[in-house]
Design a protein around this ligand. Structure first.
Ligand SMILES: [Zn+2]
Length: 528
């Protein structure tokens, strides 16, 4: 249930921007629905519901923070001042749909991640790392650019990154790095994102489909193989490399992996669920024990962990691991049996969806655990800071900060939006935004007209499940959150520019496929 609040629209500026956006957004909404349907994510839970009533009183004396100005980004110039001798290799591993609290390194009771646990034993573990957006493309763009979606402007599937927005491979390429990516989710292909032009090598080969979700992906064993193939085929060993691997396996539908080495999990006490609260592509006919879904989700994690471990072992064997910065994270999490719709992500800012693993392993590092909140938008400025990249002229161009400079009182932005399932049979359009600072979280949801329909806050320590919203008071962080909406050129989440992507449905054919293999795919209708 949403609680309507008595506050008027936030500001005239906001309202007029909203009206402008929606005057020409019918097509945009239609395209969005198409794209979302393709990803199987049109169903989604409600906003952080049961919002409490707003009070008009400005009871919090803390001034709100100034929202970031819409600085025009620009692509980096070559950086001859960066000494290659000081440029470690950088390996970034992201796993789609991976909740932090389902990894054993984060204390999960099941041994889902033995390989990750071992490899990152001496890493810094960020206990409260947040995705910037609940869907894959906008989250990944924030991860790679250091910008929130309001700045990089990517909020939908098949919406390409604006040409002026630089991402990590642009910076690192300018510093002399060889850059490569292996992505395994169809919504990250070059056709869908435009990211392929930013890397020296971009392997977006996806040719497998799971039952129930007819979009292409690539399983972990082949993602690992592709990453290793690139490493083994490199000829310029003098140049440092930046390699990004994106695994997709924990993304639904959850299936028991065919890999016999992967651990299997079975629960004791069943938990019956109403299948109407399970997002359509996750529903298994007749399977009404919710814990069965969790067993399979955990097995998908364990399978990905095994393959990530295989890659990391080979990475070390090739001599890279000892001197590389290695980061592991996820684009977003997933609801389990909680909130309005189960086993879903994309349209909510619950911590189950937004809190992601973030592990940073540096040569000679020791285990450290950091509780202060950080954002995936911090990753790019953090990595660039580690290699002494000359960021001074553009340090204000990031929304994120180097994680070491984050304080307990910093404000971290989370968002999600689109048409979503707000309960059984109930569909709404909402743009949700939340602010996390210390142990508190403030949230506000607006409808497609930009009107506030829910607001509230949570004490994340006292109420980690976010079921008891506390009173929303204007002032301080609440005003900062509202200011973010007002400063956003696309305040209800639909960009007025940028619907330039094309829906991409076919599989990708990997470089090096033989003519016979390509012909076989063509016969199956997989390639043109
Ligand atoms: Zn994702």
């Amino acid at each position: 249930m949403e609680a309507m609040i008595s506050a008027p629209r936030m500001q005239n500026q906001f309202t007029s921007t909203t009206s402008f956006a929606f005057a020409r957004s019918a097509l945009a909404i239609f395209l969005f629905l198409l794209a979302a349907a393709c990803d199987g994510n049109t169903n989604a839970p409600a906003p952080p519901a049961a919002g409490t009533s707003a009070t008009a009183a400005h009871t919090d004396a803390e001034p709100s923070e100034t929202p970031p100005a819409p600085i025009e980004a620009s692509r980096p110039e070559p950086q001859p001042s960066v000494e290659l001798a000081k440029t470690p290799n950088i390996l970034l591993v992201s796993v789609d749909t991976l909740r932090a609290d389902h990894l054993s390194i984060y204390g999960y009771e099941r041994p889902t991640s033995p390989a990750i646990d071992a490899y990152f034993a001496d890493a810094t573990v960020y206990n409260n790392a947040y995705s910037a957006e609940a869907n894959t493309p906008p989250s990944v763009m924030s991860l790679l650019s250091g910008l929130y979606p309001s700045r990089h402007r990517v909020r939908q599937f098949y919406q390409r990154i604006p040409a002026a927005v630089p991402v990590l491979p642009d910076f690192l390429g300018a510093a002399g790095y060889e850059t490569a990516a292996v992505v395994s989710n169809v919504v990250l292909t070059n056709e869908a994102t435009g990211l392929g032009t930013r890397f020296d090598m971009y392997d977006d080969f996806v040719d497998e489909r799971e039952e129930n979700l007819k979009v292409y992906e690539r399983r972990a064993s082949r993602t690992t193989d592709a990453g290793l193939a690139w490493l083994n085929e490199r000829t310029d060993s003098e140049r440092p490399h930046f390699l990004w691997l994106h695994y997709i396996d924990p993304h639904g539908p959850y299936e028991r992996p065919i890999d016999a080495k992967t651990a299997t999990f079975d629960h004791d006490t069943p938990q019956p669920i109403d299948l109407r609260r399970v997002i359509a592509y996750q529903r298994k006919p007749g399977v009404t024990d919710g814990k069965t879904y969790i067993d399979r989700y955990d097995e998908e994690i364990a399978y990905a962990d095994g393959e990530i471990g295989r890659f990391l072992a080979a990475y070390d064997a090739l001599g890279y691991g000892a001197t590389a910065i290695v980061v592991l994270t996820a684009d977003h999490g997933e609801t389990m049996i909680e909130h309005e719709v189960y086993f879903n992500h994309g349209h909510q800012v619950w911590n189950s969806v937004m809190r992601v693993p973030l592990l940073v392993r540096v040569p000679g590092g020791n285990r450290a655990i950091v509780d202060r909140p950080v954002s995936l938008a911090d990753v790019a400025p953090t990595l660039l800071g580690m290699i002494d990249y000359p960021l001074a002229p553009r340090s204000k161009s990031f929304d994120g900060k180097p994680v070491a400079s984050r304080s307990d009182t910093d404000s971290i932005s989370l968002e999600a939006g689109g048409f979503n399932q707000a309960g059984v049979g109930k569909w709404v359009y909402r743009q949700h935004r939340a602010l996390v600072s210390g142990q508190h979280k403030w949230f506000t949801s607006v409808d497609r007209a930009g009107d506030v329909v829910a607001s509230g806050s949570f004490d994340l320590v006292a109420d980690p499940g976010e079921v008891n919203p506390i009173e929303w008071r204007l002032g301080g962080k609440a005003n900062t959150l509202l200011g973010w909406f007002e400063a956003d050129p696309d305040p209800v989440g639909l960009p007025t520019s940028g619907l330039k992507g094309e829906r991409f449905e076919g599989p990708k054919v990997a470089p090096g496929r033989t003519p016979d293999q390509i012909e076989a795919l063509r016969a199956l209708g997989y390639v043109e």
